[in-house]
Structures are given as structure tokens and as C-alpha cells.
Design a protein. Structure first.
Ligand code: ADP
Length: 157
């Protein structure tokens, strides 16, 4: 008798998670967030500490160019070290975004105090974390942060 075992990559979804400079500046917060990732059954597929130039920041957030907070966001995201992860688990995109909480910190603190932004967010811009919001953006964003990581090959493994 044969038992069919699905390939891991058919069960697992990938997402990009970023710990923004406000949190990386605090080693205890960074450590707490790393623990949260593990406690929530994510597999850490890749991890990288990096500092963006302003151009990287402008490119990544180009969809927001023209919004009132764009310059503030671009400056902030290139103001210090960040940590990026490629994470895998079932429903990874949705799960990480649930853990992040609402974009705006007032809302996060008042409606979702147990989320990462509810606990650690400082302002609407300095809101601790980023997460991809769709399969397409996860692929684009993983490629942006980890150009050497071949998603297609990982999916086939
Ligand atoms: P999310 O990061 O929750 O997916 P968006 O894609 O809408 O949210 O925005 C990208 C980032 O831009 C946010 O995480 C935050 O840092 C910043 N931002 C969004 N909206 C505002 C705002 N109204 N005021 C200041 N910064 C903002």
C-alpha cells in the first residue's frame, strides 16, 4: 500500500516579513519578534539583516509615492538596520498579517493590542513590521529582498 505524502511546497506558502528599523533598534523587541515567528510555526527559509539606501526604499514603496507620508516613510525605512525573513507555513501571508495587526498604531493599540503593531508600534509610519499582502506581492517582494533565492526551484523541491 502506498501513502501519498504531499510535497511540502504544496502545503506551505511563502511570505516576506520585515522587521522595520524602529524594532531592530531594540534588541529585546527583535528577539521577541523572532520568538513569535517560531512560536507561530513558521519555518524560517531565509533571513537577512540589511540597511537600505534611500533609492531602495523609494523603489519598494513606489506605489505610495505622492501620498503625504511617502517622504517620511522612505526616510524611515532607510534610517537604520532592518531584518527580512522569507517565512513558510500554511496560509503564511494571512497569518503573518494577522500577527502584524492594523497599519495605524492608534487602531492597532485599541482594537488589536496583542498584535505586533499593537504592542510595539510607535507611529503610523514607525509601525514595526511589514508583510506581503498577496501571493503575487510575496513573490515580488521576496525577489526584491532576496534576489538569489529561486522561488520556482523552492516550489519544486
Ligand atoms: P501595511 O504595511 O499595513 O501593508 P500600507 O501598504 O498601506 O500598509 O502602507 C505601507 C507603510 O506606509 C505602512 O506600513 C506605514 O509604515 C506607512 N503608512 C501607511 N499609511 C500611513 C499613514 N496614514 N501615515 C503614515 N504612514 C503610513
Amino acid at each position: 500500500m502506498f501513502i501519498t505524502v504531499p510535497r511540502l511546497s504544496r502545503v506551505l506558502q511563502l511570505t516576506l516579513a520585515v522587521i522595520k528599523p524602529d524594532a531592530v533598534a531594540h534588541p529585546l523587541i527583535l528577539e521577541t519578534l523572532h520568538e513569535k515567528i517560531l512560536e507561530n510555526n513558521f519555518i524560517i527559509v531565509r533571513r537577512k539583516d540589511l540597511i537600505w539606501k534611500k533609492e531602495n526604499s523609494e523603489m519598494f514603496y513606489a506605489e505610495h509615492s505622492g501620498r503625504f507620508f511617502y517622504q517620511r516613510l522612505v526616510e524611515f525605512m532607510s534610517s537604520g538596520p532592518m531584518r527580512a525573513y522569507v517565512l513558510a507555513r500554511d496560509d503564511a501571508i494571512h497569518h503573518w498579517r494577522e500577527m502584524m495587526g492594523p497599519t495605524k498604531v492608534f487602531k492597532a493599540r485599541h482594537t488589536a493590542p496583542d498584535t505586533i503593531r499593537g504592542q510595539f508600534g510607535l507611529t503610523d509610519t514607525r509601525n514595526t513590521t511589514h508583510g506581503s499582502d498577496s501571493v503575487e506581492s510575496a513573490h515580488t517582494e521576496i525577489n526584491f529582498f532576496f534576489p538569489d533565492f529561486c522561488i520556482g526551484r523552492w516550489m519544486e523541491e
